[in-house]
Write a protein that binds this ligand. Structure first.
Ligand SMILES: C[S@@+](CC[C@H](N)C(=O)[O-])C[C@H]1O[C@@H](n2cnc3c(N)ncnc32)[C@H](O)[C@@H]1O
Length: 230
């Protein structure tokens, strides 16, 4: 499948997946209190990892989805967060969450196209977060995003990256040895820890690699990189 087709299919897929119904909104609004915003994160370790960014003046949440990380950063005291995503419904859900939890002044959410990152000025951000993006795109696009994150972040800025587990092509055959498509939608770019390290190494110094699980998963196989921009 060509990258352009893959990207269009992905945008439609994420738009549907991230749509928040009026019913969902009502429930969230009724339950919202001063502490439960952390429940929008898929794992406690991700919430903790966001602490690495709290000293940064301007944080970029790249591919923010429904902006749960932007919300948590703002609630934890971050000065300013820019959350961007190609999904209009993701950004709409994010705006609802920020309003519900009274932090919309601290976070600027924007629907972007895939070339947005490329157009940003160098050294525009002091910290970056990128969860579950690089591992759901064609490898050439992920590589370009990494290169551009390096460009838009200041030197020594911290970048926190969350990634899926590794599906070993020796155990389960994958397309081109690295992709899983479900119903024609690219759902996983499967790279080993070392392959991800190599993707980052030219641009970032890897400070830590930890592993985490989503609720219901019995072992911690998802990857959580904390890095410093070179
Ligand atoms: C698996 S979701 C992750 C969302 C969020 N970061 C999270 O951790 O829940 C993947 C997200 O990537 C977004 N996305 C896909 N391609 C993108 C691109 N080229 N630039 C920015 N975001 C993109 C999708 O719209 C979707 O919100």
């Amino acid at each position: 499948m060509k990258n352009k087709d893959t990207l269009e299919t992905l945008i439609n897929f994420w738009n549907t997946a991230l749509t928040m119904s009026e019913e969902d909104k009502k429930e969230i609004k009724a339950a919202a209190d001063e502490n439960n915003y952390v429940e929008f994160a898929p794992a406690d370790k991700l919430v903790k990892a966001l602490d690495n960014l709290l000293n940064a003046d301007k944080i970029l949440d790249y591919g923010c989805g429904s902006a749960w990380a932007s919300l948590i950063l703002a609630k934890k005291g971050a000065k300013y967060v820019k959350g961007v995503d190609t999904s209009t419904s993701g950004i709409e859900a994010g705006k609802f969450l920020l309003e519900t939890y009274n932090v919309k002044e601290k976070v600027d959410l924007e629907v972007i196209d895939e070339a947005w990152l490329e157009r940003q000025n160098p050294d525009s951000f002091d910290g970056g977060f990128c969860s579950n993006i690089l591992d759901v795109l064609p490898i050439e696009i992920s590589q370009k995003i990494i290169e551009n994150l390096h460009k838009v972040l200041k030197k020594d800025a911290v970048l926190v990256v969350g990634l899926n587990f590794y599906a070993d092509p020796k155990i389960k055959p994958l397309e081109e040895n690295k992709y899983i498509y479900l119903d024609g939608v690219l759902r996983l770019l499967s790279l080993s820890d070392d392959e991800w390290r190599q993707m980052f190494a030219h641009y970032f110094e890897i400070i830590n690699l930890d592993y985490f699980a989503w609720p219901g998963e019995t072992s911690e196989r998802r990857r959580l990189f904390v890095m410093k921009n070179k």
